[in-house]
Design a protein around this ligand. Structure first.
Ligand SMILES: [Zn+2]
Length: 401
């Protein structure tokens, strides 16, 4: 963990007007290490997480090489132990090399510390492979996290199929590419009794399929991300590749459906799908640029500004991403906490991100909700500049913010 270890009891921070909450949990980040260190490392990605108020992240296995063996899971955990600024929980691949064919050794991966299985970045196109994976995973406690996208429907698409794509002359990806896979995997969850978690849901059809699956009593859950409740595909016209992610931004109706599914509990958690890339991968034409934007340092503010402020969620019900860990505030207990000022307005400036990734459609946006302090395992992992911690017990120094 970080160097600013809070050894002394009796450190004091003036938290008037701020909210003390359980440290945020993000079930879907890409830390890029090993193999993608130019885009992000475990150190830089978790520094971004700490700055965003997160104390735990689950990292996706689509690194180079992919995390598809117990040794690779152990490598990520060991690397995190020496360089991370939050807890890091690795996912492991469902199939060897994430090729969608041969299953990995689920039980060994679980023993090595994998918290879930995913070929994220790619769908498991073979229904037979997905069926076997769900059957095999029942011998473990690991859910299968699905990136749902029918590649034959996606084709060469680089944004949502619709009027904006037509106007921009770009190849579209229909929402049905996501919906048909969610429907398929609901059927396979029923067939196998397996547990499926749907990653980054973006469209009304997929959310209806999840809602239906839950009504049928299937072991299914889902997540969505800030860009899907704040933006539509029209953002591509303004932001180009900074609004290119997979699944793509959808229509206004889909955006409303995401908000509704968060409010009615169809979606179980909010995640970022933090997916950093280098400038060279993003400073490209829309059809050539990489899919993915960063999200860890804007997630809390985008949740407060666009879900809580308009009344879609009450602050008490914010499951911003996760935060289910039990928090104890007894003296001496390790604590995972975030202190934030829900009313502080700030302007998103990617140049100030701790992440190596800079691509975001939210640059220049004025948002509410600033993280003041993050504490992970009782250690300060982020202290916002201008917030002061007093050393002497009983002599609070007013926070300047
Ligand atoms: Zn994905």
């Amino acid at each position: 963990m970080g160097p600013e270890r809070a050894r002394e009891a009796g450190r004091v921070i003036d938290a008037r007007g701020a909210v003390l909450a359980p440290g945020l949990v993000d079930l879907h980040v890409h830390l890029r290490e090993p193999g993608g260190e130019a885009k992000e490392t475990i150190a830089t990605g978790t520094a971004a997480a700490a700055a965003g108020g997160f104390t735990s992240v689950a990292c996706m296995p689509n690194t180079r090489p992919p995390v598809d063996s117990p040794a690779a899971v152990e490598w990520v955990k060991a690397r995190a132990a020496t360089s991370a600024r939050c807890r890091v929980h690795p996912l492991a691949a469902v199939t060897v090399g994430q090729q969608g064919e041969r299953l990995t050794e689920f039980a060994s991966l679980e023993r090595a510390g994998a918290v879930a299985l995913s070929d994220d970045g790619r769908p498991i196109m073979s229904a037979a492979v997905m069926r076997r994976a769900l059957e095999y995973a029942r011998h473990t406690r690991l859910p299968i996290v699905c990136h749902e996208e029918d590649l034959t429907l996606r084709g060469d698409g680089c944004m949502n199929e619709g009027p904006t794509a037509t106007r921009l002359g770009l190849a579209g990806i229909p929402a049905a590419a996501e919906t048909v896979m969610v429907q398929r995997d609901c059927e396979l969850a029923e067939l196998t009794g397996g547990r499926v978690h749907f990653a980054h849901l973006s469209c009304a059809g997929a959310l209806d399929a999840l809602r239906n699956g839950k009504r049928r009593g299937l072991r299914v859950s889902g997540e969505s991300c800030p860009h899907y409740w704040t933006l539509t595909d029209e953002a591509v016209a303004r932001h180009g590749a900074d609004a290119k992610m997979n699944p793509p931004l959808r229509s206004a109706r889909d955006r409303e459906a995401v908000i509704e599914a968060i409010a009615d509990g169809t979606l179980d958690c909010l995640t970022t799908d933090h997916a950093p890339h280098g400038a060279e991968e993003k400073l490209q034409t829309m059809d050539r640029a990489a899919f993915g934007i960063v999200g860890l340092e804007t997630a809390l503010a985008l949740t407060l500004t666009f879900l809580v402020e308009p009344g879609h969620l009450t602050r008490a019900s914010v499951r911003c991403p996760g935060s289910t860990r039990k928090v104890s505030l007894e003296p001496g207990d390790p604590a995972d906490l975030v202190l934030f000022d829900p009313d502080a307005r700030w302007t998103v400036d990617p140049a100030r991100f701790r992440s190596r990734g800079r691509s975001t459609p939210f640059a220049g946006w004025s948002v509410s909700g600033r993280v003041l302090l993050t504490v992970c395992g009782g250690e300060i992992t982020h202290l916002e500049p201008g917030v002061r911690v007093a050393d002497a017990p009983g002599e609070a120094v007013a926070a300047e913010r």
